[in-house]
Design a binder for this molecule. Structure first.
Ligand SMILES: [Zn+2]
Length: 263
């Protein structure tokens, strides 16, 4: 673990040096991709509990600070926190993450499925919280095909961002709860969107996605999501990155209510 930590620090150090020099758009990609690789490796370790929560926190924070630094130099990214806050308040910034569905598909009547208390991204022994919104489709026979259209249902990016990590290899019987998940980093909000239980993932780490772009197709992957007692849904979580580099879950419900719908 210590070696990995040192390597991460060296990489971030290297990137800071590079970013103060003339950087062409071509040389950006491998750098961002390195963060994606680091995040994918780290999240896999957290999930497999092969890293202590403290080391995981340290590495996570280094990756997030590095990403923020990397995007800070970009002129298209508002760095002003007032600008960011006003963006978050306007619905036009967000796309509803499921094609063909509206806010009535959100679980509960007022989004009360969101329970952040006790959540710890770095310690999977902590259970009982649900810092997310579940959004359901019409799939009574649980074949992941929409009963109304006879077609799979597209999962769309809520905002534009960098695909940080994906899981594409979940099998029934696996104890992992997220199934086939997708992490997208939004450099404007400086936060992470997590889309879980997908059937298909159609994007890859390092790729830039636009708000409303297809990420994959809804599924029932994940230890609990696969069980017949669970209706087919998207598990949508957003983590706001704090100045410390550590994540704090935020309720996406107000954003979902005003998000742009896709037919
Ligand atoms: Zn959920």
């Amino acid at each position: 673990m210590r070696i990995v930590g040192v390597m991460a620090a060296l990489l971030v150090g290297g990137i800071n040096v590079a970013s103060s020099q003339v950087v062409t758009s071509n040389s950006d990609e491998p750098t961002l991709y390195k963060y994606c690789q680091q995040y994918q490796t780290l999240y896999t370790k957290i999930r497999e509990q092969s890293i202590t929560p403290d080391s995981a926190r340290q590495q996570f924070s280094a990756i997030m600070k590095g990403l923020q630094e990397r995007f800070r130099s970009s002129e298209t990214i508002p760095s002003d926190s007032l600008q960011r806050d006003s963006l978050r308040r306007t619905g036009t910034y967000f796309s509803f993450p499921i094609r063909g569905y509206t806010t009535s598909a959100i679980g509960g009547t007022h989004g009360e499925g969101y329970r952040a208390t006790g959540f710890d991204l770095f310690d999977h022994n902590v259970r009982g919280s649900h810092p997310a919104q579940d959004i359901f489709i019409v799939d009574r026979n649980q074949d992941t095909v929409d009963d109304r259209t006879g077609k799979p249902v597209d999962i769309l990016a809520m905002t534009s961002g960098l695909v940080l990590a994906v899981e594409t290899d979940w099998h029934p019987g696996s104890e992992y709860r997220g199934g086939n998940w997708i992490w997208v980093y939004d450099p404007i909000l400086h936060g992470l969107f997590y889309y879980a239980h997908n059937n298909k993932v159609e994007i890859a780490p390092g790729q830039w996605v636009q708000a409303g772009q297809k990420l994959g197709e809804m599924g029932r992957s994940g230890f609990n999501a696969y069980k017949t007692r669970s209706p087919t849904h998207l598990h949508l979580m957003y983590l706001q990155i704090q100045p410390s580099g550590l994540p704090l879950p935020l309720n996406t419900y107000p954003w979902l209510l005003t998000a742009k719908l896709s037919k």
